[in-house]
Design a protein around this ligand. Structure first.
Ligand SMILES: [Zn+2]
Length: 74
């Protein structure tokens, strides 16, 4: 399951949440101040099979480090 990173607009906290991909863009409450005013930021994906984090800086949020039809990243 991918880990998504969120930023709170109210207190500026950065936090991560492991969620199913289909819930990635659903609202999530800040873990610090519980504000619902948060947004998803750069994707940090966990390659569960390799046990390490991959930060994808070139593709779009749905790339996951591989080829992506939505942004053309290869
Ligand atoms: Zn907050």
């Amino acid at each position: 399951m991918p880990i998504y990173e969120y930023i709170c607009r109210d207190c500026g906290a950065r936090f991560e949440s492991m969620r199913p991909m289909r819930e990635a863009d659903q609202p999530i409450s800040c873990k610090v101040c519980l504000s619902p005013n948060t947004y998803r930021t750069v994707s940090v994906f966990f390659a569960a099979s390799e046990g390490r984090a991959i930060t994808n800086q070139t593709g779009c949020a749905s790339c996951g480090g591989g080829s992506c039809a939505s942004c053309g990243h290869h």
